[in-house]
Design a protein around this ligand. Structure first.
Ligand code: SAH
Length: 208
């Protein structure tokens, strides 16, 4: 049953403009139901965000696919994610990148996601419980950084943590909306491009 729904979802994503076959096959390989509380599992392959406890949500598959595609990940890349949440986005990234570092500020979610990474044998993920806005200093520079909580702006410090030709993708708050922005570092300048309107939980300071 889940398989039929999964295939339907992948087709829907393709029709919505996701064209990278690497991204689509990562979504096909990673079992989204594992990252979702039991009572919502029958909706795992609906194209919707779902609650994961602690007032947080697992992102909509289309948004995960879109942000992943915008990151243009190569298998040599070292990627940083701010906002592990359920761990689903991170698991998708782990299929495409060499290594993924992910940071979560809610202890319960950090611990739950760590267990799932072990269960699914995703051995190229390193995670920590901290405020992700400080980055992961010991591991800089990164090829790619993804924020999965909405923020007003990205600090110059974070931009200094990516390499030349590096990319940051994040939901950014603009007036009363949130939009996905892709920033690319070129000749030490930032080129930004705006994409879909989205709805993420806010990026918060400190740890819970
Ligand atoms: N990528 C996640 C999306 C989870 S929602 C997934 O696939 O499920 C966003 C997450 O970002 C929440 O779990 C929230 O606690 C976390 N978050 C918000 N601000 C943060 C911060 N400053 N540092 C680390 N995590 C943060």
């Amino acid at each position: 049953m889940l398989d039929v729904r999964k295939i339907r979802l992948i087709l829907e994503l393709r029709e919505s403009g996701i064209s990278s076959s690497d991204v689509l096959s990562a979504l096909e390989i990673i079992p989204r139901e594992e990252f979702i509380p039991e009572n919502y599992r029958n909706q795992a392959y609906e194209n919707i965000a779902l609650p994961i406890g602690n007032n947080q949500t697992i992102s909509q598959p289309y948004v995960v696919a879109k942000m992943t595609e915008l990151l243009e990940i190569k298998n040599s890349h070292k990627v940083l994610e701010i906002g592990t949440g359920s761990g689903y986005q991170c698991a998708i990234l782990s299929k495409l990148a060499r290594r993924v570092y992910t940071i979560e500020r809610i202890k319960d979610l950090h611990e739950k996601s760590l267990k799932i990474f072990h269960q699914l044998k995703l051995t190229n993920i390193v995670s920590k419980y901290e405020d992700g806005n400080n980055g992961w200093i010991e591991q800089i520079p990164f090829d790619r950084i993804i924020f999965t909580a909405a923020t007003n702006n990205i600090s110059d410090r974070m931009f200094s943590h990516i390499k030349e030709d590096g990319i940051i993708v994040s939901p950014i708050i603009r007036d009363n909306r949130q939009v996905i922005i892709k920033y690319k570092k070129k000749n030490n300048k930032l080129i930004s491009e705006e994409f879909d309107e989205v709805l993420f939980v806010p990026n918060l300071k400190g740890i819970d």
